[in-house]
Design a protein. Structure first.
Length: 206
């Protein structure tokens, strides 16, 4: 059941991404029409502008509703499967604590180059993207083995610490993305973030 729930989340995330793009484009259409038809007479121009403004609002509202639905699915997974290391399905054939031959600290020190792909644009700190929530959860479940929970009431998600004082966290909500984010911090402050971006994998990046 959890596998199907993850599949539903992946598809919902794709739908939400398209809706957010549609909302942005429809907002631009309404603005362009408002400028183009500003001097036009009659009631029809105003009606057309109003219709596209309504389309924009509807797309925004649907995207918000999808986000709420996604959070309910995640809450169900957390209740049924649990949370933290070992709660997520681990891809077969991977040794505990290692993903492609590196542990969490190793990936952070290499800026995550062995994980997924780099995001577009210049970022202040290393960030990597993976294709799906299922891949993100599997990555966390492997890399967090051996860490112990850390009590931090302000942390929205789960935070764990290794014996060397490095930490790995799974934020369920962040400002920059609606999807969860893995955060790795080494004892000397090297950081790596990993999140989901299902779009554009047919366009190779670093």
């Amino acid at each position: 059941m959890a596998t199907e729930a993850y599949e539903a989340l992946d598809r919902s995330a794709a739908a939400r991404s398209h809706l957010e793009l549609a909302a942005e484009l429809l907002g631009e259409v309404a603005e362009v029409l408002a400028r183009a038809l500003s001097g036009a007479g009659g009631s029809e121009p105003a009606q057309v502008i109003g219709e596209f403004s309504r389309f924009h609002r509807t797309a925004v509202e649907l995207a918000v509703c999808l986000d709420t639905g996604d959070r309910r699915i995640r809450a169900w997974i957390a209740r049924e499967v649990g949370s933290g290391p070992g709660a997520f399905p681990v891809p077969p054939g991977l040794p505990p604590r290692q993903w492609r031959g590196l542990d969490a600290v190793g990936h952070a020190r290499q800026a995550g180059r062995a994980i997924g792909r780099a995001p577009r644009g210049n970022k202040k700190q290393p960030i990597r993207e993976v294709r799906s929530l299922r891949e993100l959860d599997g990555l966390f479940s492997v890399l967090a083995v051996g860490a112990v929970p850390v009590e931090k009431p302000t942390y929205v998600g789960w935070l764990y610490e290794f014996p060397d004082r490095s930490t790995i966290g799974y934020r369920t909500r962040v400002k920059t993305t609606v999807e969860p984010t893995i955060e790795i911090v080494t004892p000397d402050g090297v950081r790596l973030k990993i999140h989901v971006n299902a779009e554009g994998w047919d366009q190779p990046r670093a």
